[in-house]
Design a protein around this ligand. Sequence first.
Ligand code: FEO
Length: 168
Amino acid sequence: MSISESLETALNDQIGIEFESSYNYLSMAAYFEVNSWDGFANWMHMQSDEEREHAMKFYHYLLDRGRDVVLPAIQAPTVEFDSVLSVFEASLKQEQHATSTINRLYKLALESDDYATVSFLKWFIDEQVEEEKTVSGMIDKLKRAGDNPETLLLLDQVAAARKPDSGN
Ligand code: FEO
């Protein structure tokens, strides 16, 4: 059974959403680098790379199923941020948006009786739980840190230690 046209379109749209996320994270990394938050910049580079990998999973999946890859236009990212915390809050918003679009895709795959796509999307459902949890954890810590420079520097070091996730 081949992928339905509506699901094919939605999967292509998701490639755009993942690339847009990657682009946004790259912009966040640049903001941190300019402001000498090297650890937070590292975090955002990792995140940007992960999002590109997510996009490529959709890309390969469509091709594996014999469908077309039609890359959609993506929006320019935000370049100005008010604080470290505001960047991570923007990141959480972005992840929540990705979660909702993945959930919509899952529903569409179920309604189309496309069980191969349902199975493919399960990895993303789990990944979104992890991504929201990770960024929410950092937001909690940043809120506790407030404007305390020593604690913020410590959190920057924590972010510097982040390594690429395996399996992404
Ligand atoms: Fe690909 Fe962070 O969602």
